[in-house]
Design a protein around this ligand. Structure first.
Ligand code: GAR
Length: 303
């Protein structure tokens, strides 16, 4: 039964537990709060009281469940769940255009996020796809045991993989693990190792990276994080931005998918510029990943 629910709601075991707890606590709170409200009402005929009881509980339940879902980190799930119920009740069509949805018989498209740092981008991507009908974040990979991204993945209930240099560069590139887990697509979100040819060949046109500058400027070996922003400021640039691109065998080099820019002010420090760039990344990266994957799914469907 639990497996069926996991498949139906497209969630992992931890999420399912959090969802079931939310239902249980939300339901109990509905009973308690509902009774308290009804006690305040004047005495009415038993039939009238039953009708009032049903109306009160029906109105309070969604509110209680949504409130409880917040500490359990399941707000996005319940928001979708309740809006689906509402749509069914009112017969409103879903706002997602049918052409962007792959057939439900296709299993969810699985992403692995590779990251070496705090993982603020990874967090946004995880949140974006949490209740997505056809795409899920199935794995977070890091080369650093202390990387904040690993904690973020663990608290979202996403499996993690810590990789070592020797096997990554001179061995099989961890392709067997990725294949076994059914990973379809790789997203580099602040991953600081160069990707070896073995892995690139295993994921042709299915690996993308985000770079915190307007490539081809300020890319290449050693150009990551604040080093990029320092170079941009030192060169007196008036504009910087982000580039999302396919990964090939050279640093920051594959075909550009998307760019967005922001101003660089004379008083900027690498940190203030980094904040502005992070805002741009969080705003665009998850949506760009989604549109790249959906266009691949649509292409697969029609071929
Ligand atoms: C991001 O700004 C990303 O563009 C950059 O690392 C940061 C990771 O931040 N990537 C590179 O510099 C790759 N050359 P995050 O850990 O908070 O997502």
């Amino acid at each position: 039964m639990f497996e069926k629910l996991q498949k139906k709601w497209k969630v992992n075991g931890w999420q399912l537990l959090a969802i079931l707890c939310t239902f249980a606590i939300g339901g109990s709170l509905t009973g308690i709060v509902g009774r308290k409200i009804l006690q305040q009402l004047p005495e009415v005929h038993p039939v009238g009281w039953t009708i009032l009881y049903i109306i009160t509980m029906t109105l309070i339940w969604p509110l209680m469940v949504v409130l409880v879902s917040i500490p359990f980190g399941q707000y996005p799930f319940f928001k979708n769940y309740l809006s689906r119920i509402f749509q069914k009740m009112t017969n409103t069509p879903s706002s997602i255009p049918p052409s962007s949805n792959p057939p439900s018989s296709i299993p969810p498209f699985s992403i692995a996020i590779f990251a070496s740092g705090t993982g603020s981008n990874a967090q946004k991507i995880i949140e974006h796809f949490r209740n997505h009908p056809s795409i899920r974040v199935a794995l977070v990979v890091s080369n650093k045991a202390t990387a904040g991204v690993l904690d973020k993945a663990a608290s979202a209930g996403i499996p993690t993989l810590l990789i070592d240099k020797e096997r990554f560069f001179r061995g099989d590139g961890f392709v067997p693990e990725l294949t076994t887990l059914g990973i379809d697509f790789i997203v580099l979100a602040g991953f600081l190792w160069k990707v070896p040819p073995t892995l690139i060949q295993a994921y042709p046109s299915r690996m993308i990276n985000i770079h915190p500058a307007l490539l081809p400027k300020y890319g290449g070996k050693g150009m990551y994080g604040n080093f990029v922003h320092e170079a941009v400021i030192a060169a007196g640039e008036k504009e910087s931005g982000i580039t999302i691109h396919y990964v090939d065998e050279q640093y920051d080099h594959g075909g550009t998918i998307f760019q967005a820019s922001c101003p660089v002010f004379p008083e900027d420090t690498p940190e203030t510029l980094a904040n502005r760039i992070h805002t741009l990344e969080h705003q665009h990266f998850p949506a760009v990943i989604e549109s790249v994957i959906l266009s691949k799914l649509v292409k697969n469907q029609s071929s």
